[in-house]
Design a protein around this ligand. Structure first.
Ligand code: SF4
Length: 93
């Protein structure tokens, strides 16, 4: 029996997830994305979620248009969360 590589397994899982999402869309199911705060409320010990919530609060909240770009472009030199903020580009500090 032939063994599948990790990349092949991931690719199959991705295709399966895409098909499930397509089926849900065709069935009229509107995907509901949880807010960072909702996700944090479910996992209050998750540091990544805590930092993301703090960054959103720092720049006005999750509902503010463009907050994602503002967090990505945050230039604070004194904030200790700066290297850990969400939405950074790959390789960005
Ligand atoms: S990294 Fe920037 S956006 Fe996040 S908490 Fe610090 S100053 Fe605010």
């Amino acid at each position: 029996m032939e063994r599948k590589s990790t990349a092949e397994k991931r690719s199959e899982a991705l295709i399966k997830a895409h098909e499930a999402a397509k089926a849900a869309r065709e069935a009229g199911v509107v995907p509901q994305r949880k807010t960072w705060a909702e996700r944090y409320a479910e996992k209050p010990k998750n540091l990544r979620l805590a930092i993301a919530c703090q960054c959103h609060d720092c720049l006005g909240g999750e509902g503010v248009p463009g907050v994602r770009e503002e967090i990505r472009g945050c230039t604070s030199k004194t904030c200790r969360l700066h290297p850990h903020r969400p939405y950074k580009m790959k390789g960005e500090e």
